[in-house]
Design a protein around this ligand. Structure first.
Ligand SMILES: Cc1cc2nc3c(=O)[nH]c(=O)nc-3n(C[C@H](O)[C@H](O)[C@H](O)COP(=O)(O)OP(=O)(O)OC[C@H]3O[C@@H](n4cnc5c(N)ncnc54)[C@H](O)[C@@H]3O)c2cc1C
Length: 302
């Protein structure tokens, strides 16, 4: 029977980070298990890679500033470039109420230490992201130290760092239940058998509530379906373009590896949030929004 002082359920960026940081604190008898055949097959491998400190609550701003320090140290600590590129985050407002809300959030950000966040006019928007159709925009906010990172690189950095310190990873191994003594977990049940566990970390991301259910515990984690449309290779927009967010409906876009990523956080009416069927109506709508807001140059335009 396998055993570990700590069993981490989930080999996404959080599970790998927890395992690495436990090991740096001297707890190296750690086993990370994932149901998929390789790491990063949950949200981590699908993320857009946006990084920002422009949030609306002080605690989120402070956490993001700590993350930013970690990103800047990451390569020295773990030997892998986490891909932090401060190309900025540009939030755009069409209506006064939206702009007021962005500016109220900015006051919180500055008080929490994000001094470089700035308010921008329509002319600034045209300068910061010339591809945007700025007609009808009232203004917005911009922070040049926000930008991008590479979740798979961060995952790899933490995994390799953890493995160097003795942490084990196992794949194709779902947690399907727990062995309990009273309300204490003593083992994790998997198809290959029981893993005796000193303690367990639930790092199953969007599936965390399902895992907690095996221990008869309710976790207030509910998955939200998020969709991203990735274009064919395109040189229409530069890689250095800031993440550009239309604050009214959350439509946003960036360029990664020569493709444009389009996102619109509309929650489709699906009964099962884990359903990954392609949503043609969403695709059509996100494309329509992209063409209106970031119109491709017409033939003959410079
Ligand atoms: C389309 C999209 C875009 C996003 N964009 C951004 C962004 O721009 N910026 C940002 O900061 N965040 C973004 N996110 C969110 C970000 O990806 C997540 O917050 C982050 O990856 C969560 O990491 P995690 O390790 O908690 O979860 P995950 O990476 O989902 O890892 C959970 C792991 O648990 C495993 N697991 C589940 N159930 C079990 C079980 N029973 N037994 C064993 N293993 C199990 C899964 O296989 C998975 O590998 C985005 C997410 C999506 C989906």
């Amino acid at each position: 029977m396998q055993s570990a002082d700590v069993v981490v359920i989930g080999a996404g960026v959080i599970g790998a980070s927890v395992a690495y940081h436990l090991a740096t604190q001297g707890c190296a008898n750690v086993l990370v298990m994932d149901r998929e055949s390789r790491p990063g097959q949950g949200s981590t491998g699908k993320a857009t890679g946006g990084f920002r400190a422009q949030f609306g609550s002080a605690v989120n701003v402070r956490l993001a500033l700590l993350s930013r320090e970690k990103l800047r140290r990451f390569q020295d600590e773990l030997g892998i470039d986490p891909g932090y590129r401060p190309y900025g985050y540009l939030f755009l407002a069409r209506h006064q109420a939206t702009l007021d809300a962005l500016l109220a959030a900015q006051a919180i950000q500055k008080a929490a230490g994000l001094h470089e966040a700035e308010c921008v006019t329509q002319d600034d928007i045209r300068r910061i992201n010339p591809a945007v159709n700025a007609d009808g925009l009232l203004g917005g906010v911009f922070c040049r130290t926000d930008g991008f990172l590479r979740p798979p690189a961060i995952l790899r950095g933490y995994m390799e760092g953890a493995e160097r310190l003795g942490v084990r990873f196992t794949y194709g191994e779902p947690c399907i239940g727990f062995e309990m003594e009273g309300d204490r977990i003593t083992g994790v049940l998997a198809p290959s058998g029981k893993i005796a566990a000193g303690c367990v970390v639930n790092a199953a991301g969007a599936w965390a509530a399902l895992v907690a259910n095996y221990a008869h515990t309710e976790l207030p984690v509910s998955p939200l379906r998020r969709q991203v449309a990735i274009t064919q290779p395109s040189d229409l927009l530069p890689e250095t373009m800031p993440m550009t967010v239309f604050a009214e409906d959350g439509f946003h876009l960036r360029v990664r590896d020569g493709r444009i990523l389009l996102l619109w956080p509309d929650q489709p009416a699906v009964a099962d949030p884990f359903d990954t069927t392609v949503d043609d109506a969403w695709l059509e709508e996100v494309t329509r929004r992209a063409l209106a807001r970031v119109p491709p140059p017409r033939r003959g335009d410079n």
